[in-house]
Design a protein around this ligand. Structure first.
Ligand SMILES: *[C@@H]1O[C@H](CO)[C@@H](O)[C@H](O)[C@H]1NC(C)=O
Ligand SMILES: *[C@@H]1O[C@H](CO)[C@@H](O)[C@H](O)[C@H]1NC(C)=O
Ligand SMILES: *[C@@H]1O[C@H](CO)[C@@H](O)[C@H](O)[C@H]1NC(C)=O
Ligand SMILES: *[C@@H]1O[C@H](CO)[C@@H](O)[C@H](O)[C@H]1NC(C)=O
Length: 464
């Protein structure tokens, strides 16, 4: 495949100044990618990925071209069993550790994601992925525009904040303690947690799941996204007889939740447990791998904010956000392909306990031995189906304070490959989240060249 870089550059300029491409521009894009009718091997994947990466700015305006690519891929049969799926996932990442576009396409080629993959690039979700829910209950006293003095002002209106909350029809309003599920960048909470924690919690007597579906799949300004979490915590608690809730997050859902408790202090008194899975409280050194061409080409705001040394990360940590405000149970894997570092006290997910509220930090490969399945190659998304991660979360939810390894049957949990009750389909659906993230990052329409400004309420925490 031949790509004219001059043409790419020219088209990029056209599209950046004019976000909706004209018909002839679209045609030119397709010719540029020189898309074969069937994609069946690795070398085709690599040249298509190179084309998509150099086309990243155009893709923001024309996600349709990516759908053409996805539809051209002829997937291999799905793996026969969960261990095969997990080892195939590990080999895909091992082959191209930093090329997420190649990995995402390889996942599809190798049959490692559900067959309805094109759904992943569409932004609207229904049911547990819905961001436009009708939640008629209005708390009294109100939790908006402010629950307590000291809370930051919301920039969004209450209806926008409230409609992002998906409350399952059989929610118990406090009879069973609510757990707010906060997704990571690129995902909606239904897709993020439906095939793992959400499935386990649904019908349990200790966790009543609620899905927070941030419009735009959390690729926009993380500060705005934190507003959804702050509001949802106070809203769900208020309509649940003022009972406490817990927050379980994945990836960037963790830094926005921590931002929410930092700047909306009223939330702290109603959160029993904060449970970050593969958390990113220090961003990641590999953020730019998700932004091919940056800084020549722009990138989604949320990804720039998750760069290890971003102003967002520095501000959160300077404000005290590297330490817990509520009992916190953090679980992560050193083999995280997206968030690095993820080891020892330098792990991005590591939460300090300066305020002595109770924190447990669990690195899977420390808690389980290398000889046990649970201590092996769990990815960023793999921690979502890891049995020890689930056992610690459950332990936190059924006891006061954070999850405690000494109360968990570590040997038995480390011996499991995935959480009891999950199927091969659940594992593949969980793996698909990162594919969704990569495509979301490529096609995000409002890319920027620098981080959004820090909100005025947090200005005093911006390090000099
Ligand atoms: C939610 O989104 C995921 C993809 O992220 C999809 O697999 C799942 O089917 C969606 N659920 C519904 C009810 O649409
Ligand atoms: C809620 O409904 C789901 C099925 O939609 C069911 O599996 C679950 O047991 C129900 N949960 C409760 C708390 O009744
Ligand atoms: C609610 O959460 C707060 C903060 O974690 C905690 O201090 C308080 O004891 C919790 N209340 C109940 C009833 O669990
Ligand atoms: C972050 O900043 C520090 C200090 O300037 C520097 O040493 C380090 O290399 C930076 N890390 C990344 C990933 O850019």
């Amino acid at each position: 495949m031949k790509i004219s870089y001059l043409l790419v550059f020219t088209l990029t300029q056209v599209v950046l100044s004019n976000p909706t491409p004209t018909q002839p521009e679209r045609l030119a894009e397709r010719q540029l990618l020189d898309l074969p009718s069937k994609i069946t091997d690795q070398s085709q994947i690599e040249s298509i990925a190179a084309g998509l990466e150099s086309d990243a700015a155009i893709l923001g305006a024309a996600a349709s071209i990516l759908i053409d690519v996805l539809e051209a891929i002829v997937p291999s049969p799905v793996p026969a069993a969960i261990p095969d799926a997990i080892s195939s996932v590990a080999s895909v990442y091992a082959a191209h550790p930093t090329d997420f576009v190649v990995n995402a396409l390889d996942f599809i080629l190798d049959g490692l994601v559900p067959s309805d993959i094109t759904n992943l690039v569409t932004t609207e979700g229904s049911e547990e992925n819905s961001s436009s829910n009708n939640n008629p209950l209005s708390p009294s006293p109100a939790v908006y525009p402010q629950k307590s003095a000291g809370d930051a002002p919301y920039s969004l209106d209450e209806n926008s904040l409230r409609s992002a909350i998906y409350i399952p029809s059989n929610f118990t309003y406090g009879e069973i303690p609510a757990v707010l599920l906060v997704s990571g960048t690129g995902a909606l909470a239904g897709g993020n947690f439906g095939p793992n924690f959400g499935k386990e919690f649904q019908g349990s007597d200790y966790a009543d799941p609620v899905y927070i579906n941030i419009p735009g799949k959390q690729l926009a300004d993380l500060q705005i996204e934190a507003e959804y979490v702050a509001y949802a915590v106070n809203y769900i608690s208020a309509i649940s007889d003022n009972k406490n809730v817990s927050v379980l997050s994945w990836s960037a859902g963790s830094s926005i939740s921590q931002w929410a408790v930092t700047y909306w202090p009223s939330t702290r008194s109603v959160i029993s447990d904060f449970i970050p899975i593969s958390g990113d409280l220090h961003g990641t050194e590999t953020a730019y791998f998700l932004c091919p061409g940056f800084p020549r080409l722009p990138c989604a705001p949320a990804i720039l904010q998750q760069e290890y040394n971003s102003t967002f990360v520095a501000t959160l940590r300077n404000a005290g956000g590297s330490s817990a405000y509520v009992p916190t149970t953090s679980v992560y894997s050193i083999f995280d392909e997206i968030i690095q570092p993820q080891e020892n006290t330098g792990a991005s997910a590591y939460v300090f306990d300066e305020r002595k509220v109770g924190v447990s930090n669990t690195e899977l490969q420390n808690a389980c031995t290398v000889a046990q399945p649970g201590g092996t190659l769990y990815t960023h998304e793999g921690v979502l189906y890891n049995a020890l991660a689930f056992a610690l979360a459950k332990d936190a939810l059924i006891h006061d304070g954070p999850g405690d390894l000494s109360r968990v049957d570590v040997v038995a949990e480390c011996q499991k490959i995935v959480i009891s009750g999950l199927s091969l389909t659940d594992v593949l659906a969980t793996e698909a989240i990162v594919v969704e993230l990569v495509f979301g990052a490529l096609t995000y329409p409002d890319k920027v060249l620098s981080e959004p400004a820090i909100a005025s309420y947090a200005q005093t925490d911006v390090p000099a």
